[in-house]
Design a protein around this ligand. Structure first.
Ligand SMILES: [Zn+2]
Ligand SMILES: [Zn+2]
Length: 790
């Protein structure tokens, strides 16, 4: 067989790889090497996924092999391939995740003349352009006014030019450092400026970046230059890594592990360095999971390997990140969503080249280009934030487990309320389950009271703050203690209702009621971000008597201010998070005790540690229970358990008040009792009965179309095809309107598959190839192992 062709994944939403012929005489590139290839009218940079085993009748040629060695380490390439198969996701989109940011599209190739091989009379335009010196490919293209890549490839084969592929040294900024030399000791500074420069440098310990020496006095530049000429100061160049602010952290003490911590650490430490080993660490809030993480990371580093720590969202876990940086120092790389492109680029290369050996970040940090990974930690592994809701629809936790398997590493999934999937795996013996059953410190778990809102409302109470909650807030204020108030619904009002015809103001693009924000002045769609000023008249009957119904966090804030005018109240939700740095500011102010009451959505329930919070109020514990989603009860249980865990840490006793219309729902009851195992049993019964995960794997297929008839026809055809292939391996439900039947002007049809995962994937692939072909599946979203089926 002729192995002169390669399979190439293109960074486009295409379901297959493409075969390209290699230039004659070119060495066969390794898997993971980038190549420039023609695709339609364009040239695209793709990634070699392997040698082509079957050759199509016609193929195009690889224009240029761009790298000598793959940019990503081999286990990451395996991971991308696995993702593409497991999630039926476009291979190029999966591979793009393991490459440096912006590394796929930008070629940094520099073209130069080959030494000696070019005759002086050579009048090729490229050769002529290069006579003055090497040029980047992009500059060359501009000078020539057309794409020179094919010509360059030919010249290269003929040995007339060379293409510099030194891609491992991309555009780092060089920082100039001024260093005092021994000669400085003998030098008498001439003039005040020179004395000032020497003084500044001495004060900085004899070594400082030039901008630092010249700070607020750029006129010192001349004096600095003369001192350099005289040999008193040397200039060194250093790679300037753009350090994100988040990296600064206080150095933390290393506390002795408690007895509980020591007993869970023992098997983890024993497993490190001995191959793939998955653990589920269930630790109640405040039980000290973090110290277990840090000790495991420290031992991993001592063994010469690297570690990965995933968190659901960096902005919501500032304490963990700061503690990690304080404890582990400069070898930590924090992959934050607010990083600039330059900062992201720098961090990628720090990790790739081993300058950083611990990566901390959200979902996509699972692709951090570390080598020799010994430990992968997923904190709060149950969080839905780990699932990416656009293509490729991967689950960060599941990808983390797979990465650990490919690296031969230990994986540690931590949570106070493990996902049903992970606990199911632990009970099945796939994961080893470890438990931290107690909080550290003298306080036990908080006391939980449930207020039945039905009775409170009958008695004419305020629907937002019932008397018990209002009194409890007032009491905390008087004692100068802090309170958290949770309502998992942002905005001011949930809808605008016409009193005459009963119609709700709807989003013009989606089958969703508009939510009112900014005191009711702005109407917003939470799904497509459509925004308008609140309508003055009914869109249906033109009636002008409109009423705001329902309430969100904004209204809660207003209600608290009305009842407790002296309280310092702040709000934390997605609306606020849209402003850069706002989350950090609100959290810091609350942590510092400058806020009495923090009102917010689930964002306040996450891994914060507020020692002065003694009251947690849940304004409406039923939000979420009514959603048409099989995880509604699990989400509610997790959220209530998490938020209750915020009350009464340190040395103060805590109290939790839940307001509910359904106080006897098992998710509420068992969250109050903080009884995870009982909840797991009860919820698994439901999942088994309904054949939902983890009792049975699920694939959710959503077909979108502008034209509803066209969409329905496609969904019917695909579903019929799937039924024909089920053969008892899976069940096909639907097609039906998706719970969100219309989104961004498109109608959505849903087909649910329950059964054996491999059989479902094979059938879905076949049905979609049958309908749309093997390249593109337009308007189709395949979600394998969905977190939600909205
Ligand atoms: Zn009306
Ligand atoms: Zn909308």
């Amino acid at each position: 067989m002729d192995a002169r062709a390669v399979e190439v994944a293109l960074p486009l939403p295409l379901q297959c790889t493409f075969t390209y012929r290699l230039p004659e005489g070119a060495p066969v590139p390794a898997r993971g090497v980038r190549v420039l290839v023609p695709f339609g009218p364009r040239r695209v940079i793709g990634l070699v996924t392997g040698i082509a085993t079957t050759l199509p009748e016609t193929m195009k040629d690889v224009v240029e092999v761009l790298d000598e060695v793959p940019l990503a380490p081999p286990p990451l390439l395996d991971l991308a391939t696995w993702m593409s198969e497991h999630y039926l996701a476009p291979p190029g989109e999966c591979h793009r995740l393991v490459l440096p940011p912006a590394g796929v599209r930008a070629s940094r190739a520099v073209v130069r003349l080959s030494g000696g091989a070019v005759s002086p009379s050579d009048d090729d335009p490229v050769v002529s352009a290069l006579r003055a010196g090497p040029l980047p490919l992009s500059t060359l293209a501009k000078r020539m006014g057309r794409d020179p890549t094919a010509r360059i490839a030919r010249l290269r084969r003929e040995g007339r030019v060379e293409v510099d592929q030194d891609l491992a040294r991309p555009g780092f900024r060089q920082l100039r450092i001024a260093v005092l030399t021994p000669a400085a000791a003998d030098l008498k500074p001439r003039g005040r400026a020179q004395a000032e420069v020497l003084g500044r440098l001495t004060a900085a310990g004899g070594r400082a970046p030039v901008p630092h020496v010249l700070r607020d006095r750029p006129s010192l530049r001349g004096a600095l230059d003369r001192l350099v000429e005289q040999g008193a100061i040397a200039i060194e160049e250093e790679r300037a890594v753009r350090t994100p602010e988040m990296l600064e952290g206080p150095v933390k003490l290393r506390p002795e592990p408690t007895g509980d911590q020591a007993s869970v650490l023992e098997p983890i430490l024993a497993a490190l360095g001995a191959g793939f080993a998955p653990f589920l660490l269930q630790g109640v809030t405040g039980s000290g999971k973090t110290e277990v993480y840090f000790r495991a990371i420290e031992q991993t580093l001592e063994q010469g390997r690297t570690a990965l720590l995933l968190v659901p969202e960096i902005a919501l876990t500032p304490l963990l990140v700061r503690a990690a940086v304080g404890r582990l120092g400069g070898i930590v790389s924090v992959l934050h969503s607010e990083l600039s492109v330059g900062e992201r680029h720098d961090q990628w290369w720090r990790l790739r080249e081993g300058d950083a050996r611990v990566a901390i970040g959200a979902r996509s940090a699972v692709f951090a280009p570390l080598t020799e990974v010994g430990l992968v930690i997923v904190d709060e592994e149950h969080e839905a934030a780990y699932k990416q809701d656009e293509s490729p629809r991967y689950h960060g936790r599941d990808v983390a487990v797979m990465r650990a398997r490919l690296e031969g590493a230990v994986v540690l999934l931590g949570s106070a309320t493990p996902s049903l999937e992970s606990n199911h795996n632990a009970l099945a013996g796939k994961y080893r389950r470890l438990v931290l059953p107690r909080r550290i410190g003298s306080q036990g778990m908080a006391r939980v009271d449930v207020v039945d809102r039905r009775q409170a409302l009958k008695a004419g109470a305020d629907p937002i703050l019932t008397p018990p909650l209002r009194d409890a807030l007032a009491e905390r204020l008087a004692r100068k203690e802090q309170s958290l108030l949770l309502l998992n619904r942002r905005g001011y009002a949930t809808s605008l209702l016409c009193r005459e015809c009963g119609m709700q103001a709807m989003c013009p693009n989606c089958s969703v009621a508009l939510t009112l924000h900014k005191g009711g002045r702005v109407a917003l769609c939470h799904y497509c971000a459509f925004e308008t000023s609140a309508p003055r008249a009914c869109g249906s009957c033109k009636g002008e008597y409109l009423r705001l119904t329902g309430y969100g966090t904004e209204k809660v804030l207003e209600a608290v201010r009305a009842v407790l005018p002296t309280a310092r109240v702040e709000r934390l939700d997605r609306d606020l998070a849209a402003r850069r740095g706002a989350v950090a500011r609100v959290l810091a102010s609350f942590e510092a005790g400058e806020t009495d009451i923090l009102v917010g959505t689930q964002m306040i329930a996450k891994g914060h540690d507020f020692p002065r919070v003694t009251l947690v109020g849940v304004v409406d514990a039923d939000v979420g229970l009514g959603l048409p989603d099989f995880r509604a009860a699990e989400r509610t249980f997790q959220l209530l358990t998490q938020v209750a865990g915020r009350a009464g840490r340190a040395d103060l006793a805590g109290e939790v008040i839940l307001q509910s219309h359904r106080p006897d729902h098992y998710a509420l009851q068992l969250a109050c009792a903080q009884d995870y195992d009982a909840f797991f049993e009860r919820e698994m019964e439901f999942r088994r009965t309904m054949a939902y995960p983890p009792a049975a794997p699920l694939v959710n297929l959503v077909l979108r179309a502008r034209d509803p008839l066209e969409g329905a026809e496609a969904a019917d055809a695909v579903a019929a095809r799937l039924r024909g292939q089920a053969r008892g391996n899976f069940r096909v439900l639907g097609p039906a309107f998706a719970p969100l039947a219309r989104l961004r002007q498109e109608h959505r049809f849903q087909i649910l598959l329950k059964g054996r995962r491999k059989a479902m994937r094979d059938a879905v692939r076949e049905a979609l190839v049958e309908r749309y072909g093997s390249v593109r599946w337009p308007g189709v979203a395949v979600d394998v192992d969905p977190v939600t089926i909205m």
